[in-house]
Design a protein around this ligand. Structure first.
Ligand code: FBP
Length: 555
């Protein structure tokens, strides 16, 4: 295999474990804490999870290992979007499993949860796993978005486990995958299969967090990667002084990624979807808000700047989500065929005009034609518009240009407005994990095995105190049911782990809010540079601003 010099060095990196897990397997004891209750809707959740509800919090500590000796055959699954550090979760799991008993076996189900249903797996060996240590990506076994949620799927999963003598399954995924891990755990317990299920919190979006999970893995590396790129663009903008850059960053729904990048780079403008929703901002209000910064900067002779846009923002604009709902209705059932049969855009436009309400048509008419057409292109499996495919960076660049044209005509603006657009998402999801993510992920995997070894089922691997040095991290586990509440999904009440959106009264947003007026007018850009893997700890082991602010370490 051709590998880069950096990868050769990264393969040798020894990830840091929490102090309490460092003394060898025989020196890890378990301490049980309080019994737990679910985040909300306790009665309902208890009724749905009679076997896994109310279990105790777990913390590991230094002491004699009292777990029962038993051959473990563990299956691991990577679920959903890639996030840096996934390989290290697998490595940590493997190392703890083999250190406990060299006869233990780790199976990797390939291509995501469907690998378990299709009985498609590999058995890990030292030689194989050693090629993936501290590397980005999920290519070690691949990932996928098949949801494990139906009784039929659980029955198949249980049969596959029985066939291979699997004693435990580790699901590495986001809020939905871990919700499903909780449901699978309940199934396995209710059917006395003897199979334990443990989850690990993954997603670059950073929206799987709560009072127990301080952050999901991958967020640190992905945001550092995007911040490096944004910083580089800012330096280019400040050198050439001729472009406004509109940069969309990933984060399907929550704006944690955009906010963290803004805290790292201090762009002229950063939109926060949660604020857009709270203030019920219209497209025109957002365009005017950005145009205010362009106008003010132009007055100072600065015809350049940077706007950061969270991927999911348009869904949070009330008039835009109403438009999407109407389009979904307009194309429901056979009407989609009728629409697709129309040949020219003019005919299609007339069809749309006839079908939308006047309010939605007014919004539709303001959109650039490319965006209008994107709304009628790809549909998801339910036949709905895929909002994530809308190029909102181009949309806002165009809407702001319209506003500036009007302002110019009114003599209120006299600058130049040349735009460039970018979308950063896939660039960061498979980056070499930062030292933080390499350490955190390895610890999550190692810890997941300790939960298995001590017989826990329906737990999320939990590493906390993450803003302190790794030595002081706290390893343990949290019953998945503790994080659940009931939510309406696809017309049904479902038990789910709550998705964490950006809190507008939280410290990260408050800090941003306190500084953004200055950033919008002055050139306050900061240039974080590339992730550093070797060098002083204050450079290499830095956690995110979000975590630092949440923990009160930054004012
Ligand atoms: P997860 O929630 O599965 O971690 O994925 C999040 C994400 O990376 C989003 O940021 C992005 O919107 C989405 O995946 C893209 O999905 P896909 O990989 O299917 O294109």
């Amino acid at each position: 295999m051709n590998i880069s010099p950096l990868q050769i060095e990264r393969l040798k990196y020894a990830p840091k474990l929490p102090g309490m897990l460092r003394n060898g397997i025989s020196e890890i004891s378990v301490k049980e804490g309080e019994a737990t209750t679910s985040a909300a809707d306790q009665e309902k959740i208890q009724e749905l999870f009679p076997n896994t509800y109310g279990k105790k919090e777990i913390t590991f500590e230094k002491g004699a290992n009292t777990s029962a000796a038993k051959k473990q055959v563990v299956g691991v699954i990577l679920s959903g979007g890639q996030a840096p550090g996934g390989h290290n979760v697998v490595c940590g799991l493997y190392d703890a499993l083999k250190a406990t008993d060299s006869e233990n076996v780790l199976l990797g189900f390939k291509g995501g949860p469907s690998g378990l249903l299709e009985d498609n797996y590999i058995e890990f060996t030292d030689d194989f796993i050693d090629q993936y240590r501290n590397t980005g990506g999920f290519d070690i076994i691949g990932s996928g978005r098949t949801k494990l949620e139906t009784e039929e799927q659980f029955a198949i999963a249980s049969e596959v486990c029985k066939k291979h003598g699997v004693t435990a399954i580790v699901i590495i995924g986001g809020d939905d995958s871990n919700t499903n891990a909780g449901v699978l755990a309940e199934y396995m317990a209710a059917h006395n299969t003897g199979v334990q299920v443990i989850g690990c919190p993954k997603t670059i979006d950073g929206d799987l967090k709560n009072e127990d999970i301080e952050c999901s893995f991958g967020f640190d590396t992905a945001t550092k990667t995007y911040s490096e790129l944004i910083g580089n663009i800012q330096r280019d903008a400040n050198s050439a002084k001729k472009y406004w850059h509109f940069i969309k960053v990933m984060g399907r729904s929550a704006s944690h990624v955009a906010l963290e990048c803004a805290l790292e780079t201090q762009p002229s403008i950063c939109l926060i979807s949660e604020e857009v929703a709270a203030k019920k901002m219209s497209l025109s209000q957002i365009a005017n808000y950005i145009a205010d910064s362009v106008t003010a900067r132009a007055k100072n002779g600065n015809n350049f700047g940077v706007v950061v846009i969270p991927e999911g923002v348009v869904e949070f604009v009330p008039e835009f989500s109403a438009l999407i709902a109407e389009i979904n209705e307009l194309l429901a059932g056979s009407k989609a065929d009728e629409f697709n049969a129309l040949e020219s855009w003019a005919d299609k436009y007339a069809f749309i005009e006839k079908g939308l309400t006047a309010e939605s048509m007014a919004v539709f008419a303001t959109l650039p034609q490319a965006v209008q057409q994107q709304l009628f292109l790809e549909r998801d499996p339910h036949g709905n518009v895929q909002v994530s495919l809308i190029e909102s960076e181009k949309l806002f660049a165009s809407l702001v240009a319209d506003v500036l044209k009007e302002r110019k005509a009114a003599g209120e603006y006299n600058g130049k407005f040349a735009t460039l657009t970018h979308f950063f998402g896939y660039e960061g999801r498979c980056a070499f994990p930062s030292n933080f993510d390499a350490d955190y992920c390895y610890s999550l995997g190692y810890n997941a095995f300790m939960l298995i070894q001590y017989g826990y089922n329906g737990y999320l691997s939990k590493i906390s105190n993450l803003s302190a040095p790794a030595d002081e991290w706290v390893a343990g586990g949290m019953p998945i049911t503790k994080m659940m509440n009931m939510e309406r999904r696809h017309g049904e009440d479902k038990p789910v782990i709550k998705k964490a959106l950006v809190e507008l009264d939280g410290a990260p947003f408050k800090y941003f809010e306190a500084h953004r007026a200055e950033w919008a007018v002055e050139t306050c850009f900061t240039y974080p540079g590339a992730i550093q893997y070797y060098g002083p700890t204050e450079v290499c082991d830095l956690t995110t601003r979000t975590l630092a602010l949440e923990k009160g370490l930054m004012k």
